[in-house]
Design a protein around this ligand. Structure first.
Ligand SMILES: [Zn+2]
Length: 419
């Protein structure tokens, strides 16, 4: 039995949280006290959007290294995108990911199944087969389910499972060769990735989701126009949710002028006005969840010319610090809201019942302990991932995850508090 003494649960005041057999229980006075004064207690975070690159070549990330990154970021569960090698488009591969996650034992790996075979956008994957082994979220992330007839058939099948389709919203015909946000493309002399390529797909998907009775989730919303579309769709009662990444909340398209591929991502970083629209949407709930889109890339694919470089950024170990810096330090969100956007709402989205629960007696003791006055600097070389492609290199944050518990087991303990 362990007693987390003086833990400030959700920033609502210090109390003692007792843990036994993996659950939060009533204290009985026999517990070993662990001093948690000054720490904020949140439910362990849930990432609806992680790239673990496993199965794969192991040059950027594996389930082992990605699980460690997740634990260090305060996560108790991560949903693994299926653009692996091979693509997770069968029950067997999804089962492998879940089992490998259990073997590593640091975080629950929740497989996301591909919508189409090989993520090629043409023929549906075995959605029913993956559904039979418990998969409830499907995505071709990295690619858009662009064909409307394929989207129709996918929503019909996923709807039967009560699942959700997570869309990488990008009209491929509007983004051919796209390298940077259209707003800076001309000054950089590079092909632009226009915002409308995203918002038109989200609008289409919202309408189709309503008509076909299947939930749709808009991944990594990057523009003010998409926020307006989501707000409109929700006002109609359409079954849509939306996600923001830490990098689209913190960084804007001016970073492209550095020429550093660390800032190259899909969708690209957008204008300051877009960034503010996404922040406001996370505050007012139009955007439901924060998803990291943690995208490790082997160093040689990032240390190259912008146009050749891979798209994506690491995110698991910095997500909470970014959100705290932007929203809690500034007073725009309370810790309880952070728990909602980064744990409760993502767990609901994916249908994970063992996570995203309030810290109360009877709940699984899966917790994230945060020091709100702990200054630290990010360096890619210090992160647990094999890859080092953080867009926050050298950046200082005032808040840090210091420990993570998964069903009562300590999966991360920066200060050896539990030793
Ligand atoms: Zn994506």
């Amino acid at each position: 039995m362990t007693l987390l003494a003086g833990l400030d649960v959700l920033g609502l005041g210090a109390r003692d949280v007792a843990i036994r057999d993996g659950l939060v229980v009533e204290p009985d006075g026999t517990e070993r006290r662990v001093d948690c004064s000054g720490l904020i207690g949140l439910p362990a975070l849930v990432d609806p959007h992680t790239h673990l690159r496993d199965p794969g070549p192991g040059t950027a990330e594996t389930i082992e290294t990605g699980s460690l990154a997740a634990a260090r970021g305060g996560y108790g569960a991560v949903c693994a995108m299926p653009n692996t090698v091979p693509v997770a488009d069968t029950a067997e591969i999804c089962e492998y990911e879940r089992r490998r996650g259990e073997e590593v034992g640091l975080v629950d790996v929740v497989p996301i199944g591909a919508v189409t075979r090989g993520e090629l956008g043409e023929r549906l994957a075995d959605i029913a087969g993956m559904g039979a082994v418990g998969v409830r979220m499907f995505s071709d992330d990295g690619r858009c389910v662009a064909r409307s007839d394929v989207m129709r058939d996918a929503l019909t099948e996923i709807g039967r499972l009560g699942g959700v389709l997570a869309q990488h919203s990008q009209d491929p015909l509007l983004t051919v060769g796209g390298q940077v946000d259209a707003g800076v493309a001309e000054s950089l002399g590079m092909p632009g990735w226009p915002g409308m390529a995203e918002s038109v797909i989200v609008a289409r998907d919202a309408i189709m989701a309503a008509e076909l009775g299947c939930r749709v989730h808009a991944c990594h919303v990057s523009t003010a126009a998409t926020v307006a579309v989501v707000r409109w769709a929700k006002a109609q009662g359409y079954p849509i949710t939306a996600e923001a990444t830490p990098h689209h909340l913190m960084l804007d398209h001016s970073t492209a002028h550095t020429g550093d591929p660390a800032y190259k991502v899909n969708p690209p970083l957008r204008s300051v006005a877009d960034v503010e629209a996404i922040r406001a949407a996370l505050v007012d709930g139009t955007i439901d969840v924060v998803g990291t889109d943690h995208a490790p890339h082997a160093p040689e694919t990032k240390r190259t010319d912008w146009c050749e470089a891979s798209m994506g950024m690491l995110g698991l170990e910095t997500a909470l610090a970014v959100v705290a810096e932007l929203f809690v330090v500034t007073g725009r969100l309370a810790w309880a809201d952070v728990a909602d956007r980064m744990s409760y709402a993502p767990a609901r989205l994916v249908g994970i019942t063992g996570h995203g629960r309030p810290i109360e007696v009877g709940a699984p003791a899966s917790l994230c302990l945060v020091d709100p006055r702990r200054t630290w600097r990010t360096h890619g070389r210090d992160l647990a991932s094999i890859a080092e492609n953080t867009p926050y290199e050298g950046m200082e944050f005032s808040t840090r995850v210091v420990a993570t518990l998964l069903r009562g087991r300590v999966t991360y303990d920066l200060d050896s508090r539990f030793a």
